[in-house]
Structures are given as C-alpha cells and as structure tokens.
Write a new protein. Structure first.
Length: 286
C-alpha cells in the first residue's frame, strides 16, 4: 500500500497515510488547546462555587474586591489586556475588568441549565455592580419592565429583589432610629460642625380640600468638614438576616410624626438690645 507509514506508540503501531498526518497533527494541537481551556475554566468554576457574596448594606470598593475570586479577575484581565508579563505585573484593575468579572460571578450557575425562560440568580452571588445598577435604575425611573428586561439579560438584580433590599434598608434605618432615640440620617458624621435650615413647603394652599393641597415643614441639614476634622463615620447599617414580610418600607412611630403644639403660657418680656449691637444691626441692614 503506497504512502502508508507505520508509527510506533509504546507497544502499538499506528498505520497512517502521509496525507493524513498533517490534519491529524493539527487536530491534536486544537484538541490540546481545548483541554487546557477546559481545565482552566473548571478551576475558575470551582472558585465560583465556593465563593459567597451577599449585599450587606454598603457598596464600597472593598466589597467589590472581596466579591470576585482572584482567578476569575486575572482571567478577565488576560482576555482584555493580553497575557503578557507586563500587563500582569500591573495589579491595577480597570472598571471594565471589575464589571465583567462581577457579571460572570452574578450569572454563574452550579448546574447546567437548558435555556430557561425565567432566569434565576442566587442571592449568595450578588455582586456590588448588579445590586448598584438595580438600585440606581429604580431610584431614577421606578420602571419595573425596564429593570426586569435588563435582569433577563443578566446585567442587574430583578425588580422584586430591589424592593426586598429597599425594604430591608428601611427596616434597618428605622431600627437605628428607635435604638438611638432620635431621627438622624445614617450618612451624617459625628463631631463635625453642622447647620440646619427649616422652611415651609406649600402646594396649592388656597384649596379647600386636603387632596389637592400640601403643607409640610422641610428640614435640610448641612455638614462642614475641615481638612483637620472630616468627622467620625457612624457604624454601617446591618441588614436583617430574615426576609421582610412585605415589600413596603415600615413607617416611623407616631411619636416622630405627631408633634405637640408649642405655645407660651405667659407673655414674653421684650428683648432689649445694647446700643452698640443695635447700631451694628442698623448699619448692616441699611
């Protein structure tokens, strides 16, 4: 048989035609690359299976780094910037690196799924990016269809999950109000100069019904940090471990909403200012 060659492999002898050797070698090379890729992916999937990350109430950079397994982030950086040594020595991760790695972490499934109609995501793998995008879009638009459409594409959490997180945040803030005995925004810092402005907000005050008129007193608080005194951050809000029974934020107690009227029992004495103070005020005004 012309062009038939014998190739030994251990105790076996392989008979091949000369024209088939080239394609066989090329196929073996492609198969070898595929095996290496499969082993790398399997190693990364093992890291994803053991990594747990859940929204705890804050979205800081430390939470982003802790939510991504290092092998996954390194693989994304290699794909995006190349596997050369120079790019790998640079440990700085770009926003696109972190975003792609978080989306892969968010859309990871332990078992193979057959193109499901309803996508499901584990709460143990909610990366900060997907939570932030869901909360941001809900705060800007309140559009359920838009949020769920992007959720189906694996870009953010679902609308129901956004409502659940919003309710948990509300319950945690109200619980802090009750423990501290005062209504204070969680973002306000301690031991820093703070001012407040109070003003009335009136809408259609001439209306004779309470449905179209609106009257409330608005309080605005401003803080003025300095270079040598930036203030003391308050403790982070801890979300409750149990799921909320409803999707509505709980209301404050009646003591915070119903204010007793303030009045003077006796007529106040007239205020008499010194002449120098009176002269200063007169000069300043006129």
């Amino acid at each position: 048989m012309p062009e038939l060659e014998a190739h030994t492999k251990g105790r076996d002898v392989l008979l091949m035609f000369e024209k088939d050797i080239g394609p066989a070698i090329a196929f073996a090379c492609d198969y070898n690359d595929t095996m290496h890729m499969a082993k790398t992916i399997e190693m990364i999937r093992c890291q994803l299976a053991t990594k747990k990350t859940t929204f705890s109430g804050s979205l800081v950079s430390e939470d982003i780094d802790d939510s991504i397994p290092p092998p996954l982030l390194q693989s994304v950086k290699m794909i995006e910037h190349g596997p050369n040594i120079k790019s790998q020595l640079d440990n700085v991760s770009t926003n696109s690196d972190l975003a792609l790695a978080q989306l892969l972490m968010f859309n990871y499934h332990l078992n193979t799924q057959k193109a499901p109609v309803q996508h499901r995501h584990s709460a143990d793998r909610e990366t900060p990016l997907c939570v932030y995008l869901g909360l941001l879009l809900f705060a800007k638009t309140r559009k359920r269809q838009l949020i769920d459409t992007l959720f189906q594409h694996g870009l953010r959490i679902s609308y129901d999950r956004v409502l659940e997180i919003s309710t948990q945040l509300g319950e945690a803030v109200v619980e802090r109000y009750l423990n501290e005995g005062v209504v204070c925004q969680p973002l306000l810092k301690g031991k820093v100069f703070t001012t407040a402005a109070v003003d009335s907000i009136d809408h259609n005050p001439s209306s004779t019904t309470s449905k179209s008129s609106f009257h409330v007193t608005g309080n605005s608080i401003f803080q003025h940090p300095m270079k040598d005194n930036v203030g003391v951050r308050r403790d982070q809000i801890i979300l409750p471990t149990s799921k909320p029974k409803s999707k509505k934020v709980p209301e404050l107690p009646d003591a915070y909403m119903n204010m007793k009227p303030a009045y003077l029992k006796t007529k106040p004495e007239p205020l008499i200012l010194p002449e120098d103070v009176l002269a200063f005020l007169t000069t300043t005004i006129y």
